[in-house]
Write a protein of this length. Structure first.
Length: 120
């Protein structure tokens, strides 16, 4: 969650184009791609282009314009994936207790079926 940003994390490599991803959306603020181990019919990861370790880092250090840009992009991705009719879930894991695995801030967009009761 906290600590310095590791520029060798897997999402940093995806952002640099060093490893491939199944891209579903991108704009100036974010890249969105399919999770490699999907937990639902739609499971997209939305990540800022800039380097933030977790939501703790993002929420406390990103400019308001970027926070708005990333959140608006998440809504656009959900619409792009056709989830507005039936709904969806947006999750972020931040730090050790959450089980966050990749130390680059990301939102999980989950949908495409009736999801199990929270927490998934
Ligand atoms: P976290 O536990 O950090 O919130 O979620 C990390 C997510 O990244 C997991 O759902 C995992 O399946 C996904 N993931 C890990 N490595 C890769 C990868 O190389 N490519 C893609 N597309 N997803 C990955």
């Amino acid at each position: 969650g906290k600590g310095p940003y590791d520029s060798q994390n897997i999402f940093a490599k995806i952002l640099r184009g060093e490893i491939p991803c199944a891209k579903v959306f991108e704009n100036d603020w974010v890249l969105a791609f399919n999770d490699i181990a999907p937990k639902a019919p739609v499971h997209v990861l939305i990540i800022p282009r800039n380097a933030y370790v977790s939501f703790m880092d993002f929420s406390s250090t990103a400019p308001a314009e970027e926070i708005a840009g990333v959140m608006q992009a998440a809504g656009e991705v959900a619409r792009h994936m056709g989830l507005e009719e039936n709904g969806y879930r947006l999750i972020t894991n931040a730090g050790r207790d959450s089980g966050q695995e990749v130390p680059h801030f990301h939102l999980h967009l989950l949908g495409g079926k009736a999801l199990p009761a929270f927490p998934i």
